[in-house]
Write a protein that binds this ligand. Sequence first.
Ligand code: ADP
Ligand code: MG
Length: 603
Amino acid sequence: MGKIIGIDLGTTNSLAAVWQDGRSRLIPNSFGEYLTPSVVSMGEEGIVYVGKTAKERLISHPNRTISVFKRFMGTGKIYELGGKEYRAEELSALVLRKLKEDAERYLGEPVEEAVVSVPAYFNDMARKATKAAGELSGLQVERIINEPSAAALACHIRNREEDETFLVFDFGGGTLDVSLVDCFDNIIEITAVSGDNHLGGSDFDRMIAEEFCKEHNLNFSELSRQRQEVLLESAARAKCTLTEKNDTVMQVSGREFKGQMKINNKKLIQISMPLFRRMAIPIKKVMYDADKNMLEISKIILVGGSCKMPSVQQYLRHMEGEHKIIVAEPDYMVALGVGIYAGIKERKDDVKDLLLTDICPFTLGTGIQNEADIGRPVMSAVIERNSALPCSKVKRFFTANDYQRHVKIDVYQGEEYYVDNNICLGEINVDVPPAPRGHESVTVRYTYDMNGILIVDVKVDSTKEEVQRIMTTGADTIQPEKIEQYIEELEKLKFYPANQEENQMVSAWGERLFAQASGVLREEIAGRLQYFQHLLQVEQDTYKIKKWKKKLESYFRNIEEHLRNTDVYEMPEDIDLWFRENSDKEDELEEEYFLWCDGHLTH
Ligand code: ADP
Ligand code: MG
């Protein structure tokens, strides 16, 4: 049997972990980094880029690059990429495939199975889509685990002795998840979850970008996709700089427009006040749902990239008290937790006794007749949200009309009063003997398991007729019988061999800077990139390629640095001189490059 790995398939970044030598270890990708951006890009020749290289292409090839697709898992949304259509689960499959390959290389053995974490708010369809994505990537995904539960597991394992109740505040790129965790003995119980599916780091980027537009008389939503990406990237960069120091200058150096905006943490708070207000709501909601007060909570553990923001930490300290806020490896907590779960699944001695219980994050119910408005049935809950899993609940329903012959049980998920505002998962129809209203009844049982699979049984009480259905119809995801076909399609895609990935990444980096830069600098970047392509494709001299790649990297770093730190966004006139000052002098390859540029390259 191959190894089981744990995967945090994030909206912004994905990570893999494995249980090894008695602990959960993160698996580095081919760049030696733990975070792999969840971005997919398609090259002109049908070549697929995944991760860091693809992220670089967001700006240079906005129409051929897709990010933030996790949100649309299981919705049937179709993305167009390089003339072909893809679903979010196929794009996720490409990310999973990359993580699988990197893991296999790192572990030196095949990986066939993965435990994958998903947001607690993921509905049935999104969970099924996640499993389908696993299958498409060649990974069996038997177990799906909620992200906050994974984070809780990782937190608890650090101080295993203590029985405690704590909150996990997971603030990522696009979502906020808050969960209440009870730990006693070896049982970790998630007792309530809440969150905001549309609140995350990217909202801060957007706020900053819009403020920039306001100060420069632009209208963000009227800008082209590429301009928007350029602005959002600069905004995200400014935001991350504010984690390190208190003020910075947001630099935008596009071809068509340039500009700068001073920003410090205070200004960031001012322009994103509405976001801060929304952050407090899910905390209140979980406390209310679990019927707890803040005094019973020992700590709040901050997880997710956006928790690195000093303003976020400050705000929570202000709201909940200094001593309660714990920030420990916010980027890695979820992945480390799924890694532990992979260990539990492999029944590794050190963790096999840990028991993680989960809860159903939403209400599951059925529509019942609404006397006040016959056309709009209302929700009758069968399984209440935050019920512990696995769980099985029974409810009896009576006929609503005289001599009705059929009873239809619609299955809904959601918290809204009117069923049409909730998600319909499917329906079951049964026949009942005709009788006056209220004289016939059906007993309905909902069984919801740890993997988020819902089974509904309907029994007609008088005739004892029984119907059972596994709720899959509503799932607008790839059907199991179609998986093979999809796999074939994905297999036609070309991937860059891992040993060339770094070269590709440097090229993509250069293309992005090219898209951002202007004037002489732009030409300079283009020349150096072309020379790199020339070395890769024509000369194919490994030594030279390596050396030039290193030079390019330091050159690009210098450019980034320059753009970030100077108040003058124009590049120095004498770009060659500037570059030479910033790189090693008297370099043969540099000379060769200039010769090549002049068309005098000789062998
Ligand atoms: P997800 O779980 O959605 O994949 P992550 O937990 O990886 O997301 O968080 C990604 C978000 O964190 C992004 O919006 C990113 O801009 C933000 N982020 C990452 N590092 C920092 C930092 N140093 N300062 C501020 N925000 C950061
Ligand atoms: Mg996350």
